[in-house]
Design a protein around this ligand. Structure first.
Ligand code: PXL
Length: 294
């Protein structure tokens, strides 16, 4: 069985970071180890929150695992709350890569959305996040995060395909082989994600229906599905499609729920899409056409 370690906060309620990564990766049939970086009453988009920092635990947990001989197929990082955490997580990546040179590194630079940085972050932090992206095989910024990391203006009115290509090329110049822009849209009424594979200079866009409402936490869901899917054996293009389709299914389920909360999406109601993707006889999810068709 494959094993991922995800490093991000626990927001005790709010459907983001660890409370989405853990169930999604488990549903994809992968063991999900966690290094919680902080514990918050709820994520920072609520009007208030409690916060207990766990930065000092990150390296001791890693070292203890290494003494126990544990190795990982992937490190997947999400929301990180400080410059120190970025530096320490970067060290963890180096240590775990020393134990398994084939380890995959997936970095979701979760720090901004809808044109704005989350509470507590500034431009300097966004620049620092590029140091982690440099170590990654895959990064999954949305257009706001990509703009802050590259120091370019965010364009609320949208982007042409050529502009998305240029942003992806610039992201790959940070040092990451496979950047993915989430929330990319080229055709009216459609939205999805665009991937650049720098190994053969190819771009891949996958879009599905764009719904009128936008929700918090969809980036974490997308990144978790993508990470679990590639470690489960899907190609990046197949994982892209599943991640877009799953995120859309979460949003559809939330929109159609008269009691839905303002935060997060109802991912629980569509998790079956991921568990069905894993065949018990060891076939990769990509061989199951059912999962890719919504
Ligand atoms: O990736 C979303 C997220 C994760 N963790 C915390 C957050 C947010 C977004 O606001 O505040 C603590």
């Amino acid at each position: 069985m494959k094993r991922i370690v995800t490093i991000q906060d626990i927001s005790c309620i709010g459907r983001c970071s660890l409370t989405t990564a853990l169930p999604i990766i488990s549903a994809l049939g992968i063991e999900c180890a966690v290094i919680p970086t902080a514990i918050l009453s709820n994520h920072t988009a609520f009007s208030g929150f409690t916060f207990h920092d766990l930065t000092d635990e990150i390296l001791p947990i890693t070292e203890q695992w290494r003494r126990a001989g544990l190795t990982f197929d992937a490190v997947y990082t999400g929301y990180l709350g400080s410059f120190d955490q970025i530096r320490i997580v970067s060290e963890v990546i180096d240590l775990l890569r020393a134990d398994n040179p084939a380890i995959r590194i997936i970095v979701d630079p979760a720090m901004a959305d809808f044109g704005k940085l989350y509470t507590g972050f500034d431009e300097m932090f966004a620049k620092e996040m590029t140091t982690l992206c440099k170590k990654a095989d895959v990064i999954l910024p949305n257009l706001t995060e990509a703009s802050y990391m590259l120091g370019i203006p965010f364009r609320p009115d949208g982007y042409k395909e050529q502009e998305l290509r240029e942003i992806l090329s610039a992201l790959s110049s940070l040092g990451c082989a496979t950047p993915i822009l989430t929330g990319a849209s080229v055709h009216t009424g459609k939205v999805g994600a665009m991937l650049f594979d720098s190994s053969d200079d190819s771009f891949y866009l996958y879009e599905n229906d764009q719904l009128a409402k936008q929700f918090h936490g969809t980036g974490d869901i997308f990144a978790s599905v993508f990470t679990g899917s590639i470690i489960r054996g899907m190609t990046p293009k197949e994982a892209l499609r599943l991640s877009v389709d799953f995120t859309l299914a979460c949003i559809r389920s939330t929109v159609s729920d008269p009691e839905h909360r303002w935060y997060g999406v109802n991912f629980e109601s569509v998790l079956y899409m991921l568990t069905n993707a894993v065949t018990p006889d060891g076939q990769t999810v990509s061989n199951n056409p059912q999962i890719l068709k919504l």
